[in-house]
Design a protein around this ligand. Structure first.
Ligand SMILES: Cc1ncc(C[n+]2csc(CCOP(=O)(O)OP(=O)(O)O)c2C)c(N)n1
Length: 678
């Protein structure tokens, strides 16, 4: 391991207390001005943060995206002013004093909770408790995997987290610390704000966990220290950096430290201190300065800390430049978010093969073949599953599993930890170097949902492979049969929900998901075999347009049948039945509503047609009405499924070609009647 080379900061007369108080008072003043926010946590953790940033954190404020920087994750996102104060003090561009004054205001760089992509230096969006620590597990995993591939000269950093009682109470934290402990992610160091207070009052109201014992039981190094003693903090971090396991440092702190009437109480958690208490705190901590004013010497010292990583960064750039002189290196390819050139050919080949062979296979099987076909061309594809590898079919033949003592792999056995898998995948994507995908059953998307939502909000590329996507899974019954999940996932902004209907569409959906640099995707795949329906394929990826016409009847349409996934073949059969009865039905496959919504009105109108429409999907109606119009009919589920063979379920729940044809006739009759009375 390379010791990070940090330039020493010139010793001045500025004390640790002054450095920490600068953070405290920026937090106090910003919350007071905003008339909302959380001063208690930044006041309590200012000492820990000061030691971490001034003595350990490898970063250069001038380049927030430097790939070999240490990551700092504020899991207790409500204490956002701690982070904003640090970013301002250390000199991150754009995090100005004015921005601190605009804390929580429209358009500011300082929103209520830290938002990735919005404020430089914010590594991940936090606020929903537990997400930060679980995301950091993914970062720590990515760091070690990338290090195994490229070595200490290029990848050698730590992931530091500040988490509070709330983060550790969340169930997600159990999954996350268990996974990190198992994989011995020793670059992960969690500084626990052990202040024994949450919103309702003392944590003893609801929790009596021994956190140190809990982490140790999960395979971590863990200790407890006085979180206001700089030397104890420093010694504990020093120790943690040497550990072969992830580390917890329980820092016993006082929430609202320094506020005479609020400290140690939940009253310091989430409300401005008020003018009187602020004056008393200024006196108690000997901070006689105006709101937002930082003495020059203190600011200079902090700015020095912000620039301390400059030489390490320059040396790293120099090393990587040498690597690059022999042409593009795999390391640069890994860090580049664009897909390498070999990928497009690999994808085109498997798509062509599907078009030629027209396999009658489940879309999960088609997905397996796609993964196998592209794995070599995409060495930074990092797969996994939450203990459903053989059902999700997510592991490429060439993928070796990652183990505690083997970081050279490309496949993560996440265990039965859907939520941690989703959050860790966010961390992997945020860290850079890999494109994460992971599998579970679609019905368990609910277990991952909070992390999926954050991925959508953060605009990151994370791919969820969710198989067993309807009653079509059969005998496992209603607990395992998703009915509302498509609708509920489609409701998440910026989440691409794909439901491909055959092998060609599956390849195209994978292609869309991989190319979506700023959106997470969910690939909803069937357990059961589906007939191929794409007759001829050109070079265009039709799934990319969201919906497209599969069959256009000669002489114009009477009705449009729109379906997704396994129901496209039902719509095709229904069209044949209608033809026999003398009606001309177009069939539209709509594998991605989100992408269809982004098409021009003209394209949408051309696909949907100005005739009555019938939608068919083995799920609840959700927002289908948007595509079906007033005369439309929906054939799908109205409640939960049941345990029986798939064919029986489709018949019993009335999702059949006959039902679709009948619905088409109803909708035609209704529309004709409406016209007659118009
Ligand atoms: C998932 C989730 N549930 C609830 C909340 C609301 N909330 C914000 S902070 C907090 C209490 C956290 O307590 P702790 O971590 O001890 O923070 P401290 O009081 O020390 O600042 C709660 C319940 C949230 N942000 N996220």
């Amino acid at each position: 391991m390379n010791a990070p080379v940090l330039s020493p900061v010139a010793r001045t007369e500025v004390s640790h207390a002054e450095m920490a108080n600068a953070i405290r008072f920026l937090a106090i003043d910003a919350v007071e001005k905003a008339k909302s926010g959380h001063p208690g946590m930044p006041m309590g953790m200012a000492d820990v943060a000061t030691v971490l940033f001034s003595r350990f954190l490898k970063f250069d404020a001038a380049d927030p995206a430097w790939p070999d920087r240490d990551r700092f994750v504020l899991s207790a996102g409500h204490g956002s002013m701690l982070l904003y104060a640090l970013l301002h003090l250390t000199g991150y561009q754009g995090v100005t004093s004015d921005e601190l004054r605009a804390f929580r205001q429209w358009g500011s760089k300082t929103p209520g909770h830290p938002e990735f992509g919005h404020t430089p230096g914010v590594e991940t969006t936090t606020g929903p408790l537990g997400q930060g620590i679980a995301t950091a597990v993914g970062m720590a995993l990515a760091e070690r995997l990338l290090n195994a591939r490229f070595g200490d000269d290029f990848v050698d950093h730590f992931i530091y987290v500040i988490a509070g009682d709330g983060c550790l109470m969340e169930g997600l934290s159990h999954e996350a610390i268990s996974l990190a402990g198992h994989l011995r992610l020793n670059r992960l160091i969690v500084l626990f704000d052990d202040n024994q207070i949450s919103i309702d009052g003392a944590t003893s109201l609801s929790c009596s966990d021994d956190q140190v014992a809990r982490f140790k039981a999960s395979g971590w190094s863990a200790c407890r220290i006085d979180g206001h003693d700089p030397e104890a903090i420093s010694a504990a971090i020093e120790q943690a950096r040497k550990s072969e396991r992830p580390s917890l440092i329980a820092c016993r702190t006082v929430i609202g430290f320094g506020a005479p009437n609020r400290q140690g109480s939940e009253k310091a958690h989430g409300a401005p201190l008020g003018a009187d208490e602020i004056a008393k705190t200024r006196a108690a901590l000997d901070w006689p300065y105006q709101p937002f004013a930082i003495p020059e010497s203190v600011l200079a010292q902090w700015r020095g800390i912000g620039a301390r990583g400059q030489s390490a960064r320059r040396a790293w750039i120099e090393r990587t430049r040498r690597l690059n002189s022999a042409g593009r290196s795999p390391f640069h390819d890994a860090l580049n978010r664009k897909l390498p050139c070999g990928y497009a050919d690999a994808l085109a080949q498997i798509r062509d093969r599907f078009a030629t062979e027209r396999p009658n296979i489940a879309t999960r099987q088609a997905s397996q073949l796609v993964i196998d076909a592209i794995a070599e061309a995409l060495p930074n594809l990092l797969g996994g599953s939450a203990d459903l590898t053989h059902s999700n079919l997510t592991r490429a033949k060439t993928h070796q599993p990652v183990k505690p003592d083997f970081r050279g792999g490309s496949y993560i056995h996440y265990g039965v930890r859907e939520h941690a898998m989703a959050a860790a995948m966010n961390g992997i994507a945020l860290h850079g170097g890999f494109i994460p995908y992971g599998g579970t059953f679609l019905t368990f998307a609910d277990y991952s949902r909070p992390a999926i939502r954050l991925a959508a909000l953060m605009r990151i590329r994370v791919i969820h492979v969710m198989t067993h996507d309807s009653i079509g899974l059969g005998e496992d019954g209603p607990t395992h049969q998703p009915v509302e999940h498509l609708a509920s996932l489609r409701a998440i902004p910026n989440l691409l929900v794909f439901r491909p209907g055959d092998a060609v569409e599956t390849a195209e959906a994978w292609d869309c998901a991989l190319r979506a640099q700023a959106s997470p995707s969910v690939l909803c795949l069937s357990r059961q075999a589906l007939p191929a329906f794409r007759e001829s394929i050109g070079s265009a990826n039709l799934v990319a347009s969201g919906a497209y016409v599969v069959i256009e009847p000669e002489g114009g349409r009477d009705v449009t049948l729109i379906a997704t996934g396994s129901e496209v073949s039902i719509a095709l059969k229904a069209a044949k039945l209608l033809t026999k009865d003398g009606f001309r039905a177009a069939v539209v496959s709509a594998p991605c509503f989100d992408l269809f919504r982004q098409q021009s009105r003209e394209y949408q109108a051309a696909v949907l047609g100005s005739v009555p429409r019938v939608g068919v999907e083995a799920a609840i109606e959700g927002d289908w009405a948007r595509w079906l119009g007033d005369a439309g009919e929906f054939v799908g589920m109205t409640g939960f499924g049941a345990s029986a063979p798939a064919e029986v379920l489709y018949r019993e729940f009335g999702i059949t070609a006959e039902a679709v044809a009948t619905a088409a006739l109803h909708s035609l009759a209704r529309s004709r009647m409406a016209k007659a009375y118009a």
